[in-house]
Design a protein around this ligand. Structure first.
Ligand SMILES: *[C@@H]1O[C@H](CO)[C@@H](O)[C@H](O)[C@H]1NC(C)=O
Ligand SMILES: *[C@@H]1O[C@H](CO)[C@@H](O)[C@H](O)[C@H]1NC(C)=O
Ligand SMILES: *[C@@H]1O[C@H](CO)[C@@H](O)[C@H](O)[C@H]1NC(C)=O
Length: 365
């Protein structure tokens, strides 16, 4: 075995060097990977400027960009600069309210939507009726629904074909007409396997003698009373205009469907309401408090709004298997609102969340 001293020496030197070099390389590697992170943390633009004025200005610019995006998305135009700034101000306040709500981690979320540039009073005056007076209901108009253990634990009438696509009432307090038309559509489907979109405009224009006031408001039961005597035509025959018009007598001569009667579900009785919804979708009225309804995005509404009934909707299902039992509620503000036009509302006893148990009513075929 021949080993020269040079060879042995060089191996030793190599080992000695690697002992130093490896940690140094490691250190260099670590430093280079940390540098961008440090840079990122120190980035004055990302951090916001240290000068509060500049920081504020920057926030304003990003908010105004969001506002511009919002205007584009919803095709909004304002006539004057004043109008622009009034709505921009509304948008800023509403947006910070939405962000704040979503930070609280409640069971429902809010989001920017078509209503984001409206103040509470704008929203109320364009989309919500005046609080209605609860009618006196004679006992014989109240249907009793015995507790039925046979009903399913969860039910969604949308899965059966009984519920037609979401619609948009526009700036007209016609939720009552949409609610009534929708529950008649569903009932007709359940009874006959066929249905068609029915005309809320006919109800808006023609049901005045039953107490409704067209685009100024009404109740589903007023609409039902009208349909018992006059029937209702298809939407395609009497299209929706979102304004008060004269009743077009020619268009309504041959109704597409009639109902024989309507009833109320016993008020403030969640158990009866559940059994009623198991039978068919039910028209209800709610207090559509802007703090919740204007920007509702998703989830189960568990907080009470109040009991000043100012908006009509339809319960099209329920779910008692979820940790929070809830109603599936169909709105008429277009399908960009809420969960594709729907809101889920916790099912609680008494008058219910937003008064949903207070005035349930349904058509009879
Ligand atoms: C929306 O903005 C207006 C400010 O103009 C404010 O009064 C209103 O309370 C806001 N709406 C909500 C739900 O916070
Ligand atoms: C509707 O159709 C289903 C299945 O297609 C059938 O079982 C049911 O009896 C029909 N109902 C009516 C009222 O025609
Ligand atoms: C009811 O809720 C449960 C649990 O959240 C869910 O799995 C089920 O799909 C829901 N049923 C309906 C009809 O939405």
């Amino acid at each position: 075995m021949m080993e020269n001293s040079f060879g042995i020496d060089s191996k030793k030197t190599f080992k000695r060097y690697t002992r130093f070099l490896l940690p140094i390389f490691g250190l260099i590697l670590i430093v280079f990977s940390i540098l961008p992170i440090l840079n990122f943390i120190n980035d004055p633009i990302r951090q916001g400027f240290s000068d509060p004025f500049k920081r504020k200005l920057r926030q304003k610019i990003s908010d105004e960009n969001e506002f511009q995006e919002f205007l584009e998305r919803y095709n909004k135009n304002y006539e004057t600069e004043d109008e622009y700034f009034t709505h921009f101000k509304n948008f800023l306040i509403n947006y910070s309210f939405i962000r704040y709500h979503n930070m609280l981690g409640k069971s429902w979320t809010l989001s920017i939507n078509k209503f984001a540039d409206l103040s509470t009073t704008d929203f109320q005056s364009q989309f919500l009726m005046n609080k209605i007076d609860i009618p006196l209901i004679s006992n014989k108009k109240i249907a009793t629904f015995e507790e039925n253990p046979q009903i399913p634990v969860d039910l969604d009438w949308r899965d059966t074909g009984a519920v037609l696509p979401i619609r948009d009432q526009g700036r007209c307090f016609s939720s009552w007409a949409f609610s009534a038309a929708s529950s008649i559509e569903s009932l007709q489907y359940i009874a006959t396997n066929k249905t068609a979109s029915l005309s809320p405009q006919q109800l808006v224009d023609c049901s005045g003698s039953f107490g409704s006031e067209g685009c100024y408001g009404g109740t589903p039961s007023q609409a039902f009373s009208y349909v018992i005597l006059n029937g209702i035509v298809k939407d395609s025959k009497y299209p929706y205009l979102s304004t008060n018009e004269d009743c077009q007598k020619k268009k309504i001569k041959k109704p597409y469907v009639k109902i024989s009667d309507f009833n109320y579900v016993s008020p403030n009785d969640a158990e009866s309401l559940l059994n009623a919804v198991a039978q068919q979708p039910i028209s209800v009225m709610v207090d559509a408090d802007p703090k919740i309804w204007q920007f509702y995005h998703s989830g189960i509404l568990t907080e009470d709004c109040g009991t000043g009934l100012n908006h009509a909707v339809v319960i099209v299902g329920y779910n008692n298997t979820d940790a929070t039992p809830y109603w599936i509620v169909r709105n008429s503000w277009g399908n960009w609102w809420g969960e594709e036009g729907y809101i889920r509302i916790a099912n609680v006893a008494g008058s219910g969340i937003c008064g949903i148990n207070m005035l349930p009513t349904f058509p009879i075929f």
